[in-house]
Design a protein around this ligand. Structure first.
Ligand SMILES: NC(=O)c1ccc[n+]([C@@H]2O[C@H](COP(=O)([O-])OP(=O)(O)OC[C@H]3O[C@@H](n4cnc5c(N)ncnc54)[C@H](O)[C@@H]3O)[C@@H](O)[C@H]2O)c1
Length: 244
């Protein structure tokens, strides 16, 4: 068994996941970049390797239990699983359908659960599970199905933290605010303007801002922190209206 610690990052081909994979490689992890987009996952891994890290890319749908299990079986060990893969669509309440809810739930919640369970089963020396939720779990306008799925991620994080503590596994979540990634293409120009108007910083964060928070939860000395959701949103969740 290799001594180098291994991290598994879902949705690591682009955006926030890609920054997380690069950061964990910098921190000394051997990183498995898993994403629906196989070629982009391999490319992300190649770039990490080119800058001196150790990484591999793999095509994976996190909803596919057998494929997730096989991906973990390829690894010599697993220390950190980052559940970052997620989908977002923007749709007003009266236009939402059951299908919107099903899809958000299958990817953002059930897929995350499958990866967490397969990872935890193999964390023989303890480990860390880090889930990417969203600031939206607090409530947001125009995507109730996404809000519901991310609130479920926060609940699942807390429940898993309790059940996995005895195995030496901590489970935490990072809840990003508006972060500059391809996912924001789902927002119209008008909706993007509206989102930025709610932002005390006046601008979106960068994927590295989220990677820094993930690195904290993955660090060797932070294992006693568990069940927490860390908001990384440039102050958006603070409200910031007039205090009247
Ligand atoms: N960007 C933001 O403003 C923001 C804000 C809050 C939360 N988030 C969350 O952060 C995470 C990453 O978002 P991002 O902005 O980097 O998005 P992104 O769309 O740029 O990247 C998401 C990645 O996940 C992959 N993916 C989607 N479904 C998958 C599946 N079934 N199996 C495997 N991979 C799959 C995609 O191929 C893509 O590479 C998501 O969970 C998202 O909900 C993002």
């Amino acid at each position: 068994m290799t001594a180098q610690r291994v991290a598994f990052v879902t949705g690591g081909a682009q955006g926030i996941g890609r920054a997380i994979a690069a950061r964990l490689a910098e921190d000394g992890f051997h990183v498995m970049v898993a994403d629906l987009q196989a070629r982009a996952a391999e490319q992300a891994a190649n770039e990490i390797a080119a800058s001196g890290g150790k990484a591999e890319g793999i095509g994976l749908d996190i909803r596919d239990r057998a494929a997730v299990s096989a991906a973990f079986d390829r690894l010599p060990r697993i220390d950190v699983a980052v559940n970052n893969a997620g989908i977002f669509t923007d749709r007003p309440f009266f236009e939402l359908t059951e299908q919107d809810f099903d899809l958000a739930h299958q990817v953002n919640v059930v897929g995350l659960f499958i990866v967490a369970q397969e990872a935890a089963r193999r964390m023989e020396e303890g480990g860390r599970i880090i889930n990417i939720a969203s600031r939206a779990f607090l409530g947001a306008r125009g995507h109730a199905h996404y809000v519901a799925s991310k609130a479920a991620v926060v609940g699942l994080t807390r429940a898993m933290a309790i059940e996995l503590a005895a195995r030496g596994i901590s489970v935490n979540a990072v809840a990003p605010g508006l972060i500059d990634t391809p996912i924001l293409r789902a927002l119209s120009e008008e909706r993007m303007k509206y989102q930025l108007s709610l932002q005390p910083t006046g601008k979106a964060g960068q994927p590295e801002d989220i990677a820094n928070a993930v690195a904290f939860f993955a660090a060797p000395r932070t294992g006693f922190v568990t069940g927490q959701t860390l908001l990384v949103d440039g102050g958006k969740s603070l409200g910031g209206g007039m205090g009247l």
